[in-house]
Design a protein around this ligand. Structure first.
Ligand code: PLP
Length: 284
């Protein structure tokens, strides 16, 4: 596999990042994951805009222009022959000569790393037919989840807690209400209403979320951006999650109990279909 490191394309075995890199030492870095469908980048402008915001929130220097970042994504997709899969991009604050909590002053160049993962048939995941299962766990992440940092230890622990209970993923709960999944935004459906947590520091503003809510509104569905509890989710007609790599994925069980009929519901199926169709059209 060919990867990108700070302006150069190299085989993955030859890629090098300093041991002093603050991404490695302090999780001082941000990332984006963009899906590739039919060799094209899905929702790319949204991912770029969120990357810019994450960098700005952390006073981190930009590693490249928007045009350069698009060109690098495309080059990696081409060089690695990706038809369906994803491109991972990470920017860290770089590698100052000494470990210090304070940001380096003067600043050092940020570290830019990108790589691809091939996932043939990404849009035809069997899980979209069967649905996934989730368990609830406490949300013990830091309080700035709107910034997409590489600080992913708690979500990893959450995924392991889910696996230990035989489930696919976890929904995190804080102050009695659901924030989001370990790596996705969480939704319930009641009648004609789609309910998902309102934006703020407590969740990541999903790029897929924005597109799906837009399509839902355009299809005359009612969208309610508000907190919901696990109890409310257990009495919902349907549930689902969204993310760049899973698109719209039905959730059929929560804490061992079926949601609705315990099968993927029509609203999630319809939104998945619209999302895939529209995002393929808009892909770059
Ligand atoms: N919430 C969290 C915590 C995530 O990690 C992700 C994606 O990785 C999402 C939501 C979904 O965001 P997006 O739709 O931009 O992939």
């Amino acid at each position: 596999r060919i990867v990108h490191v700070n302006g150069t394309y190299v085989p993955e075995e030859e890629a090098r990042v300093s041991v002093f890199d603050r991404g490695f030492l302090m999780a001082d870095g941000v990332y984006e994951v963009t899906s590739v469908l039919g060799g094209k980048l899905v929702d790319f402008p949204g991912h770029l805009a969120r990357l810019r915001r994450s960098l700005a929130e952390l006073d981190m220097a930009s590693p490249a222009t928007d045009d350069d970042l698009l060109a690098i994504h495309r080059e990696l997709v081409a060089r690695n022959g990706i038809t369906d899969g994803m491109v991972y991009l990470q920017v860290t604050r770089g590698a100052p000569p000494d470990r210090d909590f304070a940001y380096p002053n003067p600043p050092v160049p940020p570290t830019l790393v990108l790589f691809t993962q091939s996932k043939p048939g990404l849009a035809d995941s069997p899980m979209a037919k069967t649905g996934m299962t989730v368990v609830s766990i406490p949300d013990q992440r830091w309080a700035r989840r709107d910034i997409k940092t590489v600080q992913l230890l708690y979500p990893s622990m959450g995924k392991m807690m889910a696996k230990a209970q035989g489930a696919d993923d976890a929904w995190m709960v804080e102050d009695g209400v659901v924030t989001e999944g370990t790596s996705n935004n969480a939704y319930i459906v009641k009648g004609n209403a789609i309910i998902t947590r309102d934006l703020g520091p407590h969740i990541l503003s999903g790029i897929t979320r924005a597109a799906v809510l837009r399509f839902a509104r355009e299809s005359q569905m009612q969208v309610e951006e508000r907190p919901f509890t696990i109890e409310e989710a257990l009495t919902a007609d349907e549930a689902f999650v969204t993310s760049a790599t899973t698109f719209v994925m039905p959730v059929v069980r929560l804490d061992g109990q079926p949601i609705g009929a315990g099968r993927p519901g029509p609203v999630a199926a319809r939104l998945r279909e619209i999302y895939l169709e529209e995002s393929r059209k808009a892909a770059v």
